[in-house]
Every structure is written in C-alpha cells, then in structure tokens.
Design a protein around this ligand. Structure first.
Ligand SMILES: [Zn+2]
Length: 370
C-alpha cells in the first residue's frame, strides 16, 4: 500500500502524532521523544530583500519552528527547522565541467581492476557486472572493494545494484569459510567525493570483522534487545508500524522503505527486511533511483546492517537486514555538511521526510511496484 502524505509536514509532526489513534500514539511515544520549539530573530530592514530571496518572507525568519525528534531506543536524534526545509531540496544539475571530471576514465585504476588492483589471498569473486579487489589500505583484516564494470558511478540499474549485493554476500561467505572467526559483514557504499569516496569509478565495499560487530551495529542490536525486554515487542517491527501510522512506510514485497524520522543527514532512508532477497534488492534500487533521479542526489553514503554469519555468543534472533542511505549534498558545495552538532550532539537536517516519501511514492507508482 502506498500512503498519501501530501500536505503533511515534519514541522507539524506534533499535530500528526496528536491525531493518531491511541495505540499508534503510545507506540510513537515509546520510541520517539518529540520537542517542538520556536526561535525568534529581529532582522534589520536592510536584510529584507535578501531574506525574501532566500526564505520566501521576512516573517518566516522572524519566528522559526523547530522540531526535535529523538529516538529513545537508539538515542539518535535530529533537529528539523521548518525554515531550512523551505529551501529547494534538489541539487542543481551537474555542469559540463563536473560531468567531465566524473567521466574521466584515462587514469582510472578501477577501469582495469585485474591489472591495477590487488586480489584477496583467496582470489577474486566475479559477478555479472562487479569484480572484487582487496582494499590496498584496509579498514580491517578483511576488506574488499566491489568494482563495477561501469565507470560512471551514478549510472545504476536494478541488475547492477543486485550484483553488488550478491557479490558482497558471496565474498563474506568465502571469507567466513576460510576464517570462521570473521563473521560480522559490513557492506558500505560511498558515492563520489562528498561522501568520502577517494575513487570516482563506481564501487562499493565490504569488510568482515571479528569478536563483535562494528560499534554502531552492535549499538542497534543492544538497543533492540533492551526494547524487547522492556516492552515485550520487536523494536524493528514497531519502528515500521510507527512510520506506517504517519504515512512514512512503503512496501516492496517483504521489504519496507522508511524515510527516517531521525535522519543522520539529509534524506536518510531506511529499508528493513527479514531476509536479503529479491524484494530488498529491488527496494534498494528504487530508493537510489528516487534519490538520484527525482531528488537530484549526487553523492551518497549507504550501509547495510546485517546479522552475523554462523553462531555468536550474543543474541541476534530477529535482527533484520537494514539499509541506511543518505545524501551528502551537491558536489559543488565547498562546505562540509557535518559539523560539531552531528558529531557530538544531534543532527541538523533540512529535508522533510514527508517530501522524501512523496518522491518515493511517485517512483514506486511509476514502476507499478506496489
Ligand atoms: Zn573507471
């Protein structure tokens, strides 16, 4: 089912929550803390025309409504400012110069992976459109690069996205077989330089760690365990129900797409599914298509939180596969999109999750996906 979120705004989340049936409202309040506040400014007359150009009106700058959402389970949170959300969310189209820089293949090592990248000790895994290489400077003991045949990093097809995931999972299984202690896979994808990617050529990565999952993933596992023991219900299932009650959940078969109520940065979208199957791969493709084609995203970070391979001392029962995808801003923007607030306090985000939901809905309807 595709919800209609037209007219809904994050800046009125308090009203939307207040209007929920009691069960849904209590479930929301079990997971999220919501604080609404306003900020006042007194702009001089001399700023008026600039303020109108930037924000539409002087009054909208005089009184600003700020929505602070905190996930009480994971203790992640976001500040949404209605004023910032008024700004257009699409990036300008890439200039010819920018296109030329992205398309430049002459000195690209990843265009020649067999000659210009190392293999892992166990060799390479070759999919339909993706080949693995051993990462030259590793995050961890096992760390591979998944190199697409296609250089241009924003040219995605459903087949390519599925192949990245298939090859990554095959690589993880092969590593686990050789080194059974390595059982915690982490798939990640940094696309273009604002995301931290050092190579332009389309590529994702996968690492395998030992002893304990990576800190942020383990933090979510522990949070879900605490939630289950405190409330007797499944955290991820309830997270989906809360988003759905507000019109922020879209299904692709067994996978559910959720524009996050506590995005770490712009347009963060989660995809939650019980297994890494065809539905989840298609859902990921649709989210990336929506971000790139409909919302003008040029640079993104993506990660997959997944349960470990084999037995572990910790309890992972019920932990789903969860993709996290977010936008890192226009490639021409000279300033960073993260600062002290994001690192040390609570993220500040402009994009309204309901507008991300509108774009996802339009994409899914256009592909007859639901
Ligand atoms: Zn290349």
């Amino acid at each position: 089912m595709i919800p209609n979120t037209a007219g809904r705004r994050i800046s009125r989340l308090d009203d939307l929550v207040a209007a929920l049936p009691t069960d849904d409202r209590l479930r929301f309040e079990r997971i999220f803390h919501l604080q609404v506040t306003s900020g006042q400014t007194v702009p001089p007359e001399t700023m008026s025309s600039w303020l109108v150009d930037q924000f539409g009106s002087v009054d909208s700058v005089r009184a600003q409504r700020i929505i602070r959402v905190t996930n009480l389970v994971t203790l992640e949170g976001t500040l949404f400012n209605e004023l910032r959300a008024l700004r257009p969310i699409e990036a300008p189209p890439a200039s010819e110069e920018l296109e030329a820089r992205i398309s430049h293949r002459e000195t690209c090592a990843f265009c020649h992976p067999f000659e210009q990248t190392p293999a892992d000790p166990m060799g390479r895994i070759r999919g339909k459109m993706v080949t693995t290489a051993s990462n030259v400077a590793k995050y961890d003991g096992w760390h591979a690069v998944l190199i697409a045949d296609e250089h241009y990093p924003l040219s995605l097809t459903a087949e390519l996205v599925a192949d990245y995931l298939d090859v990554a999972q095959q690589w993880a299984a092969a590593v686990h077989q050789i080194d059974p202690e390595a059982r915690y896979p982490f798939f990640l994808w940094n696309c273009l330089w604002r995301s931290g990617a050092s190579i332009i050529h389309g590529h994702a990565q996968i690492a395998m760690t030992r002893g304990l999952h990576y800190a942020r993933v383990e933090s979510w596992r522990q949070a879900a365990m605490r939630y289950r023991s405190r409330h007797g219900s499944d955290y991820f299932a309830d997270l989906i129900v809360v988003h759905r009650s507000l019109g922020l959940a879209m299904d692709v078969g067994t996978a559910t797409i959720l524009p996050s109520l506590t995005p770490f940065k712009e347009k963060e979208t989660l995809i939650v599914a019980p297994v890494l199957n065809h539905d989840l791969k298609r859902a990921l493709y649709h989210v990336l298509q929506t971000l790139i084609e409909r919302l003008g995203v040029q640079s993104f970070n993506l990660a997959l939180y997944q349960p470990p391979l084999g037995d572990t001392p910790e309890e992972w029962t019920g932990f789903p596969y969860v993709f996290r995808v977010l936008d890192r801003g226009p490639l021409t923007l000279p300033t960073s999109d993260v600062g002290a607030m994001e690192f040390f306090a609570q993220s500040v985000v402009a994009t309204d999750p309901f507008r991300v939901a509108d774009a996802l809905r339009a994409e899914l309807l256009s592909t007859n996906e639901t």
